[in-house]
Design a protein around this ligand. Structure first.
Ligand code: DHB
Ligand code: MG
Length: 219
């Protein structure tokens, strides 16, 4: 069996081709993000569709995203909430937010998406709660702060998704000095210990290498 990263990536592209389909708005958002020189760390196409389906399955109408980047996952979520739904997305970098704003508008979902520019720790306390789904995909060092806000701003039964929990398996290395790994591990410990959450996590391989996603419900 070939389990090299190339095989993971090829299989991911195959699955995306079979299952994800083509959405000009989403594809243009990726091009715009690359042209603007933003880091290519958005969710994979299969991951974006996964988020979209989670939102639809849970009947989410109010979604909170922490970490907009170029708006790719934002468009996936906005497509899921329906015409009267709303996505509030928080982005620390004004330049990223400008790229996202243009792509989200061009994708035809601008009226559903409210981009709040600022650091999560500053913006999140200003939001009104009652969210149905919270997607956390920002600076990993602040993951526990974001989880705390997800528990406060999500209603009981809300879905919480935390990106990038695998980090090439580095999460088990107790001696790591990588602050992203430490922030991720602190978040996983919080998901396990904090009675406000019931959670699991799945490792993933694919175009983004070896990583994973945690899924929780607000109790
Ligand atoms: C990183 C951040 C992400 O959100 C991601 O999906 C992959 C990598 C990072 O900062 O390393
Ligand atoms: Mg991510």
């Amino acid at each position: 069996m070939d389990s090299t990263p190339d095989a993971w990536s090829n299989a991911d592209a195959y699955l995306a081709d079979l299952l994800v389909g083509h959405d000009p708005g989403l594809e243009a958002a990726l091009t715009a993000q690359r042209d603007a020189g933003l880091p290519e760390i958005e969710v994979a196409p299969v991951g974006g569709k996964f988020l979209h389906l989670l939102a639809r399955i849970s009947g989410a109408r109010r979604v909170l995203e922490i970490g907009t980047l170029g708006g790719y996952s934002t468009i996936w979520l906005a497509r899921a909430v329906g015409a009267d739904g709303r996505v509030v997305t928080v982005e620390a970098e004004a330049d990223n937010a400008a790229v996202a704003r243009a792509s989200i508008d061009a994708a035809g979902v601008g009226d559903r998406v409210d981009i709040r520019i600022g650091r999560g720790a500053d913006v999140l306390p200003t939001l009104v709660g009652g969210f149905d789904l919270v997607f956390i995909d920002a600076d990993k060092e602040s993951n526990t702060i974001y989880l705390d806000w997800a528990a406060k701003l999500g209603h009981s039964g809300a879905v919480v998704v935390l990106d990038n929990i695998g980090r090439d398996g580095e999460i088990v290395r107790e001696d790591t000095t990588d602050t992203k790994v430490i922030g991720t591990r602190d978040a996983l410990r919080m998901l396990g210990e904090d009675p406000r959450f019931d959670a699991t996590a799945l490792q993933t391989v694919g175009v983004k290498g070896w990583d994973g996603v945690a899924l929780a419900v607000v109790v």
